[in-house]
Design a binder for this molecule. Sequence first.
Ligand code: WT7
Length: 661
Amino acid sequence: MSNHIESVLIEDRVFNPKKNNIKDNNFFIKDLDVYKSLCLESENDYKSFWKKYALDFLIWHKLFTNVLDESEAPHYKWFTDGEMNVSFNCLDVNLTNGNKHKTAIIFESDDGKVEKISYIELFTRVCKFANGLKKLGYCSGDRCIIYMPMSIEVVVAMQACARLGIIISVVFGGFSSKSLHERIVDIGASLVITADSQKRGGKYIPLKVAVDDAIEMGGCESIKNIIVYKRSDKCVSWDIDRDLWMSDVEDTQSEYCEPTFVNSEHPLFILYTSGSTGKPKGVQHSSAGYLLWSKMSMNWTFNASDSDVFWCTADIGWITGHTYISYAPLALGMTQVIFEGIPTYPDSGRFWKMISDHKVTVFYTAPTAIRSLIKSSSSDQEVHPKNFDLSSLRIIGSVGEAINPETWLWYYKNVGREKCSVVDTWWQTETGGHMITPIPGVTPLKPGSCTLPLPGISASVVDETGEDVLPGKGGFLVIKRPWPGMIRNIWNDSERFKSSYFPEELRGYYLAGDGAQKDNDNYFWILGRIDDVLNVSGHRLGTMEIESALVSHELVSEAAVVGRPDITTGEAVVAFVVLKDKQPEGEEAIKIAKQLRDWVAKEIGPIAKPKDIRFGDNLPKTRSGKIMRRLLRLTANGEQITQDISTVENIHVLKSLSTVL
Ligand code: WT7
């Protein structure tokens, strides 16, 4: 672990919370005194703290007697001997509490068509689909890949699997067949649920064909069926022994499906995310602990209330789309918007128009989206949020990367109209739900800081021996105690789980992989990743994954990938490439760069495409042959190299690598 974490210039503006748009809610943290006493309570007796919430927030089929089993730490087990069902806690509970006919989902398609589904209708669809799956022979413990567009159907698929205890892994629709293949094989999936295509920005993008391609790559013998949601009239290739339309699976089934009650620790899903090696990690989450933390964090951070219309713009393929679309809003009986399309189609006013049309009260998006909308509304006044009625909003959230103070202020002023709390939520795929975030109407806000940890979350900044560092000093962000929403394992790789997240020198603390710093008010400022992971548009990409994709191309001999700051996407991917043949120039270089970009899109997905590709006849290396990434980072940023370069064997190569195509 390197300890080169520099501190940042800290903003000192403080925005005091506006209380007038906060709603009554049983478990809400009403003021800072309550916040402090809850933090204290969880510190003093954290098992009782979590027990109380587990009883308040979840409906148990069999009550647990053991809150936390630490015997196999860091594989912590929560509420070990309890039994419950996630789908029961998201749907059945809403049939008897007055929400039966309440709208659960307002779906808006890419072309603007709106479809609403009530809790009873959603429940019925989930039951029918689950019965269909059951009839096909699927049951608890089976693994299913979901590769679907944003739709009501993807929620039906996720909830139906949860109802039967089928473990899912949702693969983002923008990932390639190669990525899909890797995941099918890693989890040994017997079922894939997909769609013929998805529609984004006015265009149909095929999905089923990617599944067919993945299966053709071999090693997918575990697959028995592909279930296809029909989104378009486009023809798809069909294997009559294997492929089924989703509507056929669902249609003839009865309207009630008994939930399969599972152990608290039963894996609900596995979600792949990038780490510092070439192979993505299958982050395994539990059923009870995960749902509990989803609900609690949703309740606190978004001050969830009965009258809300919540809209999270994340894709279902990321953890944000799991926790704050497929599970928590339903478990809390909320109405939510699900959007198929993109923020810039038909124009960059789409988000603001949708907030106004659906009277969205709580809006949750990513800094990269805000930055791109700032850019378009400065050149085209018509799409500026000031032209839309955003008066329904009361809380606006941000996630995915640190939101820079300028973007924060723009969001606060133009979208929140200076009356909404901005909740900058720090968390990760591994944490299951929000960890460090303001509580709306309560926590004083500092633009650029995710503020303070939620009660029960013992976040800290430490040095490489696990010792707390002083305010104003950079260090590693850790969580000192386990929490119910935490990652349980890396699927099939317990050793990697332990070494990535619980390195010995850190005293058993959970290592987040981010650098951070606290200020004198104990506010957290996230400084970015400390490993070889980039954050492009709020998406995690491992530099090693992109490097392995590049070197698997027939023309490439060596490649090194680093990040550089980018005004819209946060970070951009820069690839330094040495070809087997001589270094290309002019038109030839441009042609090969395009080939390599397309190759990375095919191997991983378009989001991993390098923005810059630079060719050289070698990479800068030490005498022992180690690539000097720190020099490449400086070169990628066009910065002068002023550091010690005496250990570089072949410094001359930097000259050719500095050429931008
Ligand atoms: C990484 C986690 C959490 C869901 C979306 C991303 C960065 C995330 C913030 C924030 C600063 C943030 C961190 C983290 N990150 N939110 N509010 N402020 N950085 O999930 O793909 O698992 O990525 O995103 O670097 O480690 P993910």
